[in-house]
Structures are given as structure tokens and as C-alpha cells.
Design a protein around this ligand. Structure first.
Ligand SMILES: [Zn+2]
Length: 317
């Protein structure tokens, strides 16, 4: 028995050392990011659905839709997620499916939940494509976004970098991915002053960014009247489906915009009514669009801000 024990001991040590070496290698090697789950909503069009939450340490900014389109020669990422972590996970989801080069990272607008993942794509040296107004908007807000993200997420924010666009769209732009053309349109002030949409000609998939919110309460950070006008113009777009900025990964177009249009119209009508009666902004915040509350997630966080923004906009009519 003793002989057997002395015989076993070195071998046990060796095994233990092997286990430790393995653990050390796992620890020392850069952890591969866990790929984001994505839906193929049309051939070659992949969407990840973000959660209807505010950014926090648990969701790491995974609160908006993002995804990618695969051409014969190259990939375009459409929105990069709300943090570097989400960006890395989106990149892993792409690499699971194809090794074609990631040539474009398109940001549908400046909000951090749609572009803080840009940094994950720097090694691909893509063009970062955005509305012509986005750079100026980022110059004004970028540092605030960084600080807000740090406060919401904590330590995970270490890698946060605001990556500005390298290719600006002032009106329209075509991106050719090889056998597949994307039509980009830069819109007048609506959700923000830098909203950009992407239409995949091949599958008639319209990527609306935050010009379309579904389920989650929208945020008016541009012009409520401009947003309604833009929705009218977008409704004429002959799309087979739409990818909203927030909501299901794919929805029928233009029916998918009905809830948003109704909400924005109620905000306009309600604010006008309060103003016609010489009511205060506080009265407007307490009453306008209140009937919409059960229809939207996070309504209490966004409706007061929306009514306040609309009040300022409509006061000068
Ligand atoms: Zn937004």
C-alpha cells in the first residue's frame, strides 16, 4: 500500500500541477467575449434585441438593438451596443458566422446605448459612418455620456472611449458590401438632430434606429413635430420589415410605427391644449399623455421629460 501511495503521489502532484497550469492559462489568456444572441430577421441581416432597462452594472448597457448585415465582400455593423463589453460580444457574434472584413460601423445617432460599443471594432479599422451632425453633437455631449456611463456601470467603464465618425452622411449615401447595397439617409431634426436610417435593398429591411421606439417609452431629444414629419416620410419607404432602435428585432412596416405616432401626437395635442388654457409646464407634465402610461415600459422616466421638451418647442408656435 505504501509503495502504491508513494507511486501515486508524484502522479497526483503532476495532475494537480496540470490543473493549475490550465487554470492559469485560462486566467492569463484574454477571455473570449460571450457572443451576443442574434436573430437572422432576413437573409444575412442579424439583430440583437436589447433589454427594456436603463443602463446598469448588470446589463452593461445592453439596452438597445444592434446588429450587422453580411455582404459578399464585407460586413456592416449597424449600431455597436451600449458599452465596449456589448461591442465585443457583438463582434464575437459576427466572427461565429463569417470572417469577412468588418468594413463599416454605422451609428444611427449619437445616443450612448447605440455607439459605446464602437471601440470594440477599432482593430477592424472600419469606417465609422454617421449623420453629418453627429460629430458636433458628440463634442457637446460626449464627456457627459462618459461620466453618466461611469456612474451607472462602475468599474466596467474603464475602456469607455467615444469614437467619432470617419465618414459623415449629409443627405444620402450608398454602401456596397459586395452584391448588396445599403441606402443610408440622414434626416432633419426628429428623435435627435443626427438620425440616420439604413435600408438593405436586397431584403427591403429598414433599420430605423431610434426614429422607431416600440414597447419602451420614446425619448424626444430633437423635435416632436420634426419626428412626426419624419415618420410620415419614412412611412412612404417600401420596406418589408423594420428593425426598431428599441423593441422586437423585426416588425412590419409601416404598421410598427402606429403606437409611436399616436403617443407623439398625444403629446403635441395635450401640450397645445394646456398652453391654450395658459397652463403651466408643471400642469402639462402631470396630465399630458397620461393615458399612454400602461402602453410603454419606463414611461414614468421619459414622459415628463418629453412633455417638458415639447412644451418648450411648442411655446413659440
Ligand atoms: Zn436614442
Amino acid at each position: 500500500m505504501a509503495a502504491a501511495a508513494t507511486f501515486l503521489r508524484p502522479s497526483a502532484h503532476t495532475a494537480l500541477a496540470g490543473v493549475w497550469l490550465f487554470v492559469w492559462l485560462l486566467w492569463a489568456a484574454p477571455a473570449p467575449a460571450d457572443p451576443l444572441p442574434v436573430f437572422e430577421v432576413a437573409p444575412g441581416v442579424f439583430v440583437h434585441a436589447g433589454r427594456h432597462e436603463e443602463t446598469d452594472a448588470t446589463n452593461a448597457g445592453d439596452i438597445a438593438n444592434c446588429g450587422f448585415i453580411v455582404g459578399d465582400d464585407a460586413i456592416a455593423v449597424i449600431d455597436s451596443g451600449g458599452s465596449p463589453v456589448v461591442g465585443h460580444r457583438l463582434r464575437e457574434a459576427i466572427r461565429l458566422r463569417t470572417d469577412r472584413p468588418i468594413r463599416y460601423v454605422v451609428n444611427t445617432h449619437m445616443h450612448p446605448d447605440h455607439m459605446l460599443g464602437n471601440v470594440a471594432f477599432l482593430p477592424d479599422q472600419p469606417d465609422f459612418v454617421a449623420h453629418g451632425n453627429l460629430q458636433a453633437a458628440l463634442a457637446a455631449r460626449g464627456e457627459h455620456y462618459r461620466q453618466a456611463f461611469d456612474a451607472a456601470v462602475g468599474a466596467a467603464a474603464a475602456e469607455i472611449r467615444i469614437i467619432p465618425p470617419t465618414l459623415a452622411v449629409s443627405d444620402r449615401l450608398e454602401l456596397d458590401l459586395g452584391g448588396r447595397v445599403l441606402d443610408l439617409v440622414a434626416w432633419p431634426v426628429a428623435h435627435t438632430d443626427n438620425d440616420l436610417t439604413v435600408l438593405d435593398r436586397q431584403t427591403k429591411t429598414l433599420w430605423a434606429g431610434d426614429l422607431l421606439f416600440m414597447e419602451r417609452a420614446p425619448a424626444i431629444d430633437g423635435s416632436v413635430l420634426g419626428w412626426l414629419r419624419t415618420l410620415d416620410a419614412l412611412a412612404a419607404e417600401l420596406a418589408a420589415r423594420v428593425v426598431p432602435g428599441h423593441g422586437p428585432p423585426s416588425a412590419p412596416w409601416p404598421d410598427a410605427a402606429a403606437d409611436l405616432r399616436r403617443y407623439l401626437s398625444r403629446v403635441v395635442e395635450g401640450v397645445r391644449k394646456v398652453q391654450a388654457a395658459h397652463g403651466t409646464i408643471q400642469q402639462a407634465v402631470e396630465t399630458v399623455a397620461a393615458e399612454e402610461a400602461p402602453r410603454w415600459r419606463l414611461f414614468e422616466s421619459y414622459n415628463p421629460r418629453n412633455v417638458t421638451a415639447a412644451f418648450a418647442e411648442l411655446e413659440w408656435e
